[in-house]
Design a protein around this ligand. Structure first.
Ligand SMILES: O=C(O)CCC(=O)C(=O)O
Ligand SMILES: [Fe+2]
Length: 208
């Protein structure tokens, strides 16, 4: 995909937190969104609950061999959709290429979580730590409405907030792999990309 062959990286001030604003141009965003929405016709977005039984404000689905799920039994990666029982649809090649181009990590991602944020959806501050190898990067792609993203060092202390717009890609690597992060809110109506409004976030991970 030529449109994302040489994305520009911008400094973030948090070592290991890497950001490539506009890594996907409008055409690449539209193609990727179509692929995600096509996959969601067989692997529909569903609303997970926390182990304590509270519904997430975000809806989720997955792509690839594994995807992250949460329910009464806890957090885990699994090979099947929790509602349909079917295998997750394959990960689009463009995502595998993006992982190679931006992270250079020698092993491909085996999990892609797809988060759908409508209206007032948000995601509380957390660490991504359900993966077997916590040195492998997490690569995150934003589509649709701009999100106010919050991130701070794993050890605690101050957080910083920055906006993630449609086409932006970021990564948690090295010292930021266990950074605390979350989504405070969306800037509603900032993009027309996602039908029905809102934001779709794709996170590529090495789960096993
Ligand atoms: O939506 C985002 O940008 C962050 C998603 C996230 O942190 C996660 O799925 O673990
Ligand atoms: Fe996360």
């Amino acid at each position: 995909m030529a449109s994302m062959s040489s994305p520009r990286e911008t400094p973030t001030g948090l070592p290991g937190f890497r950001l490539w604003p506009g890594a996907l141009d409008a055409a690449a965003q539209a193609v990727l969104l179509d692929q995600v929405l096509a996959a969601a016709r067989t692997a529909p977005f569903y609303r997970p609950v926390t182990p304590g039984g509270r519904p997430f404000s975000v809806e989720m689905t997955g792509l690839g061999p594994l995807a992250w799920v949460s329910d009464r039994a806890g957090y885990r990666y699994q090979p099947t959709h929790p509602v349909t029982g079917e295998a997750w649809p394959p990960m689009p090649q463009a995502l595998l290429d993006l992982w190679d181009a931006l992270t250079g990590w020698p092993v491909p991602p085996d999990a892609c979580l797809v988060n759908l944020y409508r209206l007032d959806a948000k995601m509380g501050l957390h660490q991504d730590r359900d993966e077997a190898d916590l040195t492998a990067p997490v690569l995150s792609v934003s589509l649709g409405d701009t999100a106010v993203f919050r991130i701070g060092a794993a050890e605690g202390g101050r957080t910083q907030s920055l906006k993630l717009a449609s086409g932006d890609v970021c990564a948690l690597t090295g010292p930021a792999r266990l950074a605390r992060h979350g989504i405070d809110r969306l800037l509603a109506g900032s993009s027309q990309l996602v039908p029905g409004g809102g934001r779709i976030n794709l996170t590529l991970r090495r789960a096993r």
